[in-house]
Write a protein that binds this ligand. Structure first.
Ligand SMILES: C[S@@+](CC[C@H](N)C(=O)[O-])C[C@H]1O[C@@H](n2cnc3c(N)ncnc32)[C@H](O)[C@@H]1O
Ligand code: SF4
Length: 261
């Protein structure tokens, strides 16, 4: 039996793809982005978080091992909503590509049920994993964080070499995809990085659009609950005007650009 580890299933999501969606968060990620808003999803094993309750602080375990059939049952519960809204399921995390066999089995089940399946990914995976999974996906939301290899390593912990290779791979294929750029002040959101991304994006062929994801601070409480220091303490979200100017910049070169995705 193929099993996977999941840390959240969010129903009635209106982001991360068209229509009403269920977002499934896969546990485990080979990156460790300094700004990650899902720090509880990085360790592949279940982790302990402190939760406030009427009885005081209690520990809860985040992360659950699931069978393919169990997850598919949870996903198909809302098939009526997907069908009526043009929605479906989005696999996010953590990094879904870090559990490729489990993801493949769940995708096969979704494909058999005609459930639209989207992948939210850092793109950090062996090319063979991507090649196997792309034909099973109806949409890929592919993050591009930092073009400079050294800065990418500094802020995410890994090289971006395989990510760029995989971007070029998906761009030559048939699976619909959008580029996602998190706007993190001083890290991804610098003039140099955005210019480098714009130059790279100008050469892409099958890209359907760009989603800008402005930095937000929803994770600060999560770091506290994990017993960790917030690595982004003191950093504010970018202003709406600044984000609008970046949107204009990408739109002026012909891209369909959304804020928030
Ligand atoms: C948590 S990640 C999971 C999927 C995959 N690991 C990735 O990075 O694309 C989902 C999305 O949230 C974005 N993100 C993470 N932390 C963020 C933050 N603090 N503010 C805004 N976007 C953030 C990522 O860039 C990514 O597009
Ligand atoms: S790749 Fe995604 S899940 Fe992994 S650390 Fe970065 S933002 Fe978080």
């Amino acid at each position: 039996m193929t099993q996977g580890t999941i840390f959240k299933i969010k129903r009635y999501a209106l982001h991360d793809g068209p229509g009403i969606r269920t977002t499934v968060f896969f546990k485990g990620c080979p990156l460790s982005c300094r700004w990650c808003h899902n720090p509880e999803g990085i360790d592949p094993r279940p982790v302990s978080m402190v939760k406030a309750s009427p009885e005081g602080a209690v520990h809860e375990t985040v992360g659950e091992v699931m069978e393919v059939a169990e997850l598919v049952t949870a996903i198909e519960k809302d098939q009526l909503f997907y069908d009526e809204s043009g929605g479906g399921v989005t696999f996010s995390g953590g990094e879904p590509l870090a559990q490729p066999r489990f993801l493949e089995a769940v995708l096969d089940a979704c494909n058999r049920r005609d459930i639209h399946a989207a992948l939210d990914t850092s793109g950090f995976a062996p090319a063979a994993v991507l090649d196997r999974l792309l034909p099973r996906l109806q949409l890929v939301l592919f993050d591009l964080k930092i073009m400079d290899a050294d800065l990418h390593r500094k802020y995410t912990g890994v090289s971006n070499e395989s990510i760029i290779e995989n971007l070029n791979r998906i761009d030559g294929g048939l699976t619909p995809w959008r580029l996602r750029i998190p706007l993190i002040p001083g890290m991804t959101d610098t003039q140099t990085n955005l210019e480098q991304i714009a130059r790279f994006a100008a050469g892409l062929k099958s890209i359907q659009g760009i989603d800008l994801l402005p930095f937000h601070r929803i994770a600060s409480g999560k770091y506290r609950r994990l017993g960790l220091a917030d690595p982004m303490a003191g950093i504010d979200p970018p202003s709406p005007d600044h984000v609008a100017a970046i949107k204009d910049r990408f739109e002026s070169t012909g891209f369909d650009v959304s804020i928030g995705g």
